[in-house]
Design a protein around this ligand. Structure first.
Ligand code: NAG
Ligand code: NAG
Ligand code: NAG
Ligand code: NAG
Ligand code: NAG
Ligand code: NAG
Ligand code: NAG
Ligand code: NAG
Ligand code: NAG
Length: 560
């Protein structure tokens, strides 16, 4: 029982709902053709004719058209005359819709026995034009509520809603720092609504590059966004920073630029620089110190002109390097002397020292305890510290009276000539003189040493002199050289004799020899007799010295 009552109640409710929703609503788009269906597009029963009419503002009804046996005829004589038509499924077509078409249209189906009516309520909607931002503020003052701009969405039906965004995030009115006011204007002629939304906003420093935009929402279709706008935010300088270039270690000779930067917008146009307590006002944000020295080490400050309490400071330290050597220019010293070389350096940091001699790198600082000729050269000392480089150099010249280190002789090939060698040491370059003629040759002069060789053919026993000299003095040495020429001559004579003897043995034969011999013997005996009676003795000639014997003695001959 109980359930039956409930069922009945539900039925009644559903019937009521049906009746309420039975007035069908069709939404058309402004300016386009609206299709108003008859009985929701359901097939119409067999009929005599179908007629479309509408409710006029004064409550009466106006006829639009009639369709009889698929032939339609327009009945309207007013504004609908040229705008209405009917489709094959009996829908009413209304072209070029305006808000005036928001009425109730009724489809009447007249059958043999009945008249069926299907009223339809027509709504006409229009999307707004894309929203635009107008009356944009020039720039914003930090912390001050300012009208940022107006967003306008024109000619919509129903009126569009407008929302504001900052960097894509919606802005909500908080009645304090953000105020949004919307107004809607309806055009009297067309009935279309223009929504205007004004945003009043309190900017902060962070809004400098923020993108503000607005968006129009409408029931027809997606939201439309305006082009974004940005603002320049004005705010005073609260902090300054002092930048120093070059950054990193500063050294004497650098051009140091101090740059002061305020965080205000616009930034300060002029700054005061306090350079070790002294005030310098610049109509720009930077100040350059040309060629700084260690004296420039100290505390530097800057602040915008007019706000001395906003200060930045930095302590600058200028690195320096003082270097010197105990030797400079050209230093001339005697061989064997002791020369002190000291390096003086006073710098703000550790200094790296490298030495070169005649462009060759040295392992360490040279020492000149006992000067050698080889010590002569150009010495360069390079000091470096953090990009600061200095060079000091000197030329050392080691001088000395020339000394003959060696005077020697050698036999040339075949023993046909002799080679004499005179080796000397001294500086400036000694000249070497021989007291004999010959082909001489001189070695290059290196590290104070020079060697002269002379090729000669001694015709007699000689004492050869080698004289070496320079501006400072000279040295002389002797060497005994025995004759080569004589030995050669004797050897040749001996050779001739043996050759003659062999020729005689070969050529003079038998009888001729015998005859001649006999005649010679007679003559000889007579000649000997005569000679003996004159001189009384007969010498066969001196004994000849062997070549090897002499040369041995020559080699033994030493410089005196
Ligand atoms: C009427 O018929 C047309 C095709 O002739 C169709 O496009 C339209 O949707 C139909 N209308 C209804 C309400 O069924
Ligand atoms: C009405 O529509 C029919 C086709 O449905 C067309 O032939 C006729 O020209 C239209 N009439 C007007 C006045 O637009
Ligand atoms: C416009 O705003 C009103 C009030 O907040 C709201 O009821 C309506 O749905 C909004 N319309 C659209 C299209 O968002
Ligand atoms: C410093 O500036 C002067 C001129 O202003 C210039 O002649 C000099 O070369 C600069 N020195 C350095 C190390 O840049
Ligand atoms: C610079 O040095 C002074 C004194 O030595 C010191 O009082 C000051 O705090 C230093 N300033 C900076 C920025 O380091
Ligand atoms: C090094 O140089 C500084 C600055 O010129 C000076 O004050 C100091 O006396 C020097 N020291 C020596 C050992 O020369
Ligand atoms: C070397 O030769 C020159 C002529 O060429 C001569 O006058 C001189 O006496 C010669 N000296 C010696 C040492 O033989
Ligand atoms: C040359 O010296 C050698 C010994 O060195 C000697 O035997 C010879 O007699 C000398 N000759 C002359 C011409 O003086
Ligand atoms: C060279 O010969 C001379 C004599 O002719 C002699 O007095 C001298 O000692 C000799 N010198 C050497 C080094 O043999």
């Amino acid at each position: 029982m109980h359930s039956t009552v409930c069922n009945v109640g539900a039925f009644v409710l559903s019937v009521m709902l049906l009746q309420v929703s039975s007035l069908e609503t069709v939404t058309g788009i402004y300016g386009e053709t609206i299709e108003v269906p008859c009985n929701r597009g359901a097939p119409t029963p067999a009929n005599l004719f179908i007629k479309w009419k509408y409710d006029k503002d004064d409550g009466s009804s106006g006829d639009l058209l009639i369709k009889k046996k698929d032939v339609a005829s327009v009945l309207a004589t007013d504004g609908y005359k040229d705008r209405v038509n009917i489709t094959s499924n009996s829908s009413l077509l209304i072209a070029r819709a305006t808000l005036m078409d928001q009425k109730t249209f009724t489809c009447m189906v007249v059958t043999e026995s009945d008249v069926l009516t299907y009223p339809v309520s027509v709504l006409v909607y229009k999307k707004p034009l894309p929203p635009t931002i107008t009356d944009k503020a020039e720039d914003l003052e930090k912390g001050k509520l300012t009208t940022l701009g107006k967003c306008i969405a024109r000619l919509a039906h129903p009126a569009a809603n407008i929302s504001w965004f900052k960097n894509g995030k919606p802005l909500a009115s908080d009645e304090k720092t953000i105020l949004i006011t919307s107004t809607v204007d309806v055009d009297k002629l067309s009935g279309l609504a223009t929504t205007t939304s004004e945003l009043r906003y309190t900017a902060s420093r962070a809004d400098m590059a923020a993108k503000f935009s607005c968006s129009a929402q409408h029931s027809l279709g997606p939201d439309q966004d305006s082009a974004p706008v940005t603002f320049s935010i004005h705010y005073p300088t609260e902090k300054v920073s002092l930048q120093v270039s070059p950054d990193g270690a500063l050294k004497e000779g650098d051009n140091v630029t101090l740059k002061c930067k305020g965080d205000g917008n616009p930034p300060p146009a002029s700054y005061n620089f306090f350079i070790k307590g002294q005030k310098v006002t610049m109509n720009s944000d930077s100040h350059t110190l040309v060629g700084v020295t260690r004296e420039n080490t100290g505390e530097y400050k800057c602040s915008p002109v007019g706000s001395d309490t906003v200060v930045a400071s930095k302590n600058l330290s200028i690195n320096f390097m003082d270097v010197s050597l105990s030797l400079s220019g050209t230093v001339v010293r005697k061989v064997g002397e002791n020369v002190a070389l000291t390096v003086h350096k006073n710098a703000s940091r550790e200094v790296k020292v490298t030495w070169t001699k005649d462009n060759d790198k040295l392992d360490k600082q040279p020492r000149f305890d006992k000067l050698k000729y080889a010590d002569t050269g150009n010495y360069v000392c390079e000091f470096s510290m953090d990009g600061l480089t200095q060079r000091r150099s000197f030329r050392l010249v080691v001088e000395g009276v020339p000394v003959i280190k060696r005077l020697d002789k050698k036999k040339g090939e075949d023993g046909k000539y002799k080679v004499l060698i005179c080796e000397a040491e001294g500086s400036p370059k000694p000249s070497i003189l021989w007291n004999i003629n010959g082909t001489s040759e001189e070695s290059p002069y290196i590290n104070g040493k020079i060697t002269n060789t002379i090729i000669m053919v001694p015709t007699e026993n000689l004492t050869v002199t080698c004289t070496v000299s320079n501006d400072l003095g000279q040295d002389v040495k002797f060497i005994n050289v025995s004759s080569l020429f004589k030995e050669d001559k004797k050897m040749m004579e001996r050779q001739d004799q043996t050759d003659d003897a062999s020729d005689q043995a070969k050529l003079i034969v038998g009888i001729v020899v015998g005859l001649l011999l006999a005649a010679a013997v007679v003559g000889l005996v007579y000649w000997i007799y005569m000679k003996k009676s004159k001189q009384g003795s007969w010498k066969t000639g001196e004994k000849e010295a062997g070549t090897s014997e002499e040369s041995k003695k020559d080699e033994e001959g030493k410089k005196q």
